[in-house]
Design a protein around this ligand. Sequence first.
Ligand code: 5GP
Length: 191
Amino acid sequence: MKKVKGKIIAVSAPSGAGKTTIVKQILKLFPEIIFSVSATTRTKRPGEINGKDYFFISEEEFKEKIKNNEFIEWERFYDYYYGTYKYFIDEITEQNKTIILEVDVKGALQLKKIYPSAKLIFIYPPSSQELIKRLKNRKTETIVDFNKRVKRAKMELSLKDKFDYFVENNDLEKAILETKKIIKNILTEIN
Ligand code: 5GP
């Protein structure tokens, strides 16, 4: 367990629940919050920037970093690895700044184990059917990846109750407003 000066906020949601869009808006609304750029071995999607959205690295590099204990948490899913850099969290929180992470549900729960003061926000779709529809519309995955994401989304939804805050993403504008309110509260709380 680690006690930190700055605040840690993790946003999780099943794939396709709209969390990337919400986190991007939050970063615009709160420019003082730093985004934790994860490492991943998956390929870049159109529009993604290396070093901004993720650090896109090879599986070999990723495994090397696991060995060197560079990740605070990491996960392997859909045949790809995703990990949060330890130095990133330590550096930002040491400066008394707030860091926001966009991680999967298990990653968020792992983070809370290490940093009990971390606040976990769960963004969820109005229904499983809606989630499947959104994933289909996104068209960024192959059919195999799509099926894996649907299966995983159901598992993630089942862990929802372990989170601190909940936002239903039925209407994007409302979900952003709701998340904004939660973050404002977190920022004004004393650690
Ligand atoms: P995507 O491939 O859609 O960008 O991300 C897939 C999943 O990986 C999402 O749920 C995303 O939040 C999660 N993810 C991204 N970075 C990390 C990380 O560093 N750690 C963990 N545990 N999950 C991550």
